[in-house]
Design a protein around this ligand. Structure first.
Ligand SMILES: [Zn+2]
Length: 281
């Protein structure tokens, strides 16, 4: 069986992070240099991947989006304004999503067919809205009980086509990778964990994950690669949040190379989500 790895990026700026109040952030400061750093890393290994981009950044990033498309990557939606879908009414969620879709159409002539919710904050009602709007896939599912912001999506009527790919009619749900350890599901798929865990721990968890023979769905953000280390966060930001934001940013690039090499050694094939859908049908 083929094992796929999707090394996706959720393209948002530092002030979109849920633990900052966007209105209190000085939005003239940007960590979007991290997007270029990641694109360079992907180029070095000739890896194509999926970029989930926040709709309100599309106008500003339109030239960059052209470059990303030309390199053969896939462009998808990461909500319009990075509000957590579960905090929006169904109607507002629909409006936010349509606004996002239209931004891509108007500024970059791109049809987005995939969605990832901010903070994995999605449920079945909202997932059905995505299906209704013509999306072909979503990747907002994660089995991780310790994170209180993450949503739960009931997809019990979906066909489990593989261990972490689910399907209903022509719609796919891709689940971010976690590994069971001491009766808990630990994520092995997020940039935050790559930054914060020492490499030996990540490597140990990944080796455990590889034994499951599942596909590997990873996500990271521009701020994690950004070399703008002097972002002035709002004054009332607590110590824990500052640590969470800054920890491991200087070492993440090096760890990313290690991660890619480890996946290669374990025969993973690097693809976009769209390529998986094409290969599966
Ligand atoms: Zn996000």
């Amino acid at each position: 069986m083929k094992k796929y790895a999707v090394l996706s990026m959720d393209v948002e700026d530092w002030y979109h992070l849920d633990y900052f109040n966007k209105d209190e952030c000085n939005q003239n400061q940007s960590t979007m240099d991290g997007l270029d750093i990641y694109l360079d890393i992907l180029d070095q290994y000739d890896i194509k991947t999926t970029f989930f981009i926040v709709g309100e950044l599309v106008e500003k990033l339109k030239d960059k989006i052209e470059i990303i498309k030309r390199k053969g990557h896939e462009i998808c939606l990461h909500s319009y304004a990075h509000k957590r879908p579960l905090q929006l009414s169904l109607e507002d969620f629909k409006k936010d999503t349509i606004l996002g879709v239209e931004s891509f159409k108007n500024f970059t002539n791109t049809d987005v067919k995939g969605y990832r919710a901010p903070c994995f904050s999605l449920d079945r009602d909202r997932l059905d809205i995505l299906r209704e709007l013509g999306f072909e896939f979503d990747s907002s599912k994660i089995k991780f009980d310790a994170h209180d912001l993450y949503g739960r999506i009931n997809i019990s009527d979906f066909q489990d086509t593989d261990t972490n790919i689910y399907k209903k009619a022509n719609f796919y749900e891709f689940e971010a990778s976690t590994v069971e350890f001491l009766n808990k599901n630990l994520p092995v798929s997020g940039g935050g964990y790559l930054r914060i865990f020492p490499w030996f721990l990540t490597k140990g968890l990944l080796k455990r994950f590889f034994k499951t023979n599942k596909h590997y769905f990873f996500y990271i953000h521009p701020f994690e690669f950004s070399e703008n280390y002097n972002i002035k966060v709002p004054e009332n930001t607590n110590f824990k949040t500052k640590i969470r934001f800054n920890m491991g940013r200087k070492s993440v690039e090096n760890k990313m190379h290690k991660l890619i090499k480890l996946l290669k050694q374990n025969n993973y094939e690097f693809v976009t989500f769209n390529q998986i859908i094409k290969n599966e049908t």
